[in-house]
Design a protein around this ligand. Structure first.
Ligand SMILES: Cc1ncc(C[n+]2csc(CCOP(=O)(O)OP(=O)(O)O)c2C)c(N)n1
Ligand SMILES: [Mg+2]
Length: 362
């Protein structure tokens, strides 16, 4: 049995249909596909320009990461980086559903999340190239892109490290009686960390306004998520008395619908939710990964469900774009990334005299 077959078997038999929880607290780990008519209805609720901008953002994320990979192989980007190519539907979905003042706490695979909160590709590129005008003045690099002015509190290199911080931030919002929420994004591997369970428990008992969103891309480095836990990530929600939902993370509309429902409930004071978005990274874990733990067939199978053409097809089916517009969005995004690199390369490097800026120890 190939790895791909094995994985498919488990997600479609043992797990589908599993449903726990009570009638008033939606809890289903069943993956419910959104049919075409329902998707059209969801999309028609949103302004067309926003949807086209979202399609363009998905291309921007992909083009940015493809360019970063190229620059990395040429030795022009230092340190490490994690690519989310194949996972673009998740930031596309939640960015359509959430508000600008909702906080983001991201993780190490977070270029797309930063763009979902409105980060500019040129300043992100400057950061990766170690330039002073980057989001972290060239000090943070790929894993540390934050922009407080956009409620993006940044990524975290500690697996699961953002989850307890999300609970703390949720508590701050609650104490200030705010109506915004915290979006806490992490991977499947983080769901086996202690901080995940602590963060969910606190958020649950205090009914904090936190949306926990797991990007289950099937692996934590080379460890298949199905071999690393007996239950689904979403099923963990039942232990903390919160809604837990599993969605197709390669379908923008499925993510958008789940996040919209969760956000409404959280803003109404209903307490936290856990959403598990099933998706896939085409590239290796980071710079050194020879893909020895999965088959080419498995990667090809997921490529057939690529989130970007799927969203373009949904927009076409809803009459929001014509046949040429998807290609035009890709072209604009790729040109933007070329311009971002050209601009970033003209930017100054941090000066030695300024290196202690932002270091607070006395
Ligand atoms: C606490 C901690 N343990 C281990 C690591 C090394 N590490 C970095 S990413 C990663 C895998 C994380 O997998 P997952 O949470 O599924 O996210 P993905 O990389 O798949 O997006 C590991 C083990 C780390 N950064 N922090
Ligand atoms: Mg993972």
């Amino acid at each position: 049995m190939t790895n791909a077959k094995h994985r498919g078997d488990r997600s479609h038999s043992r797990r589908s249909g599993a449903s726990v929880g009570t009638a008033d607290r939606p809890q289903s780990t069943e993956l419910k596909p959104i049919d075409d008519a329902a998707a059209v209805a969801v999309l028609r609720e949103l302004p067309a320009e926003r949807l086209v901008a979202t399609l363009e953002m998905m291309w921007r994320i992909r083009a940015f990461e493809e360019k970063v990979e190229e620059l990395y192989s040429l030795g022009r980007v230092h340190g490490t980086m994690h690519l989310s190519i194949g996972q673009e539907a998740v930031p596309a979905g939640w960015s359509l559903a959430l508000r600008e003042d909702d906080y983001l706490l991201s993780h190490h695979r977070g270029h797309g999340h930063a763009m979902g909160k409105g980060a500019q590709a040129d300043r992100m590129m400057a950061e990766l190239l170690g330039r002073q005008t980057g989001y972290g003045r060239g000090r943070g690099g790929s894993m540390h892109i934050a922009d407080v002015s956009k409620a993006n509190l940044g990524a975290n290199g500690i697996v699961g490290g953002g989850i307890p911080i999300a609970a703390g931030l949720g508590l701050a919002i609650q104490m200030r009686r705010g109506s915004n929420l915290v979006l806490s994004i992490f991977g499947d591997g983080a769901a086996n960390q202690g901080g995940f369970h602590e963060g969910l428990n606190l958020a649950s008992i205090w009914k904090l306004p936190v949306l926990f969103l797991c990007e289950n891309n099937q692996y934590a480095m080379s460890m298949a998520s199905e071999l690393a836990m007996k239950v689904t990530v979403a099923e963990h929600a039942s232990a903390y008395g919160m809604p837990g939902v599993r969605v197709d993370g390669n379908d923008v509309v499925a993510v958008l619908s789940a996040v919209t429902e969760a956000a409404e409930s959280i803003r109404a004071g209903g307490g936290p939710w856990l959403i598990e978005a099933l998706t896939y990274r085409y590239r290796g874990h980071s710079k050194s990964d020879r893909n020895l733990y999965r088959t080419r067939d498995e990667i090809a199978e997921w490529r057939d469900r690529d989130p970007i053409p799927r969203f373009a097809a949904r927009l076409e089916a809803a009459g929001i774009i014509g046949a040429d517009e998807a290609a035009a969005a890709e072209k604009r995004a790729r040109e933007e990334i070329e311009a971002a690199v050209a601009w970033a390369e003209t930017q100054p490097e941090p000066r030695c005299e300024d290196l202690l800026e932002g270091v607070y120890a006395e």
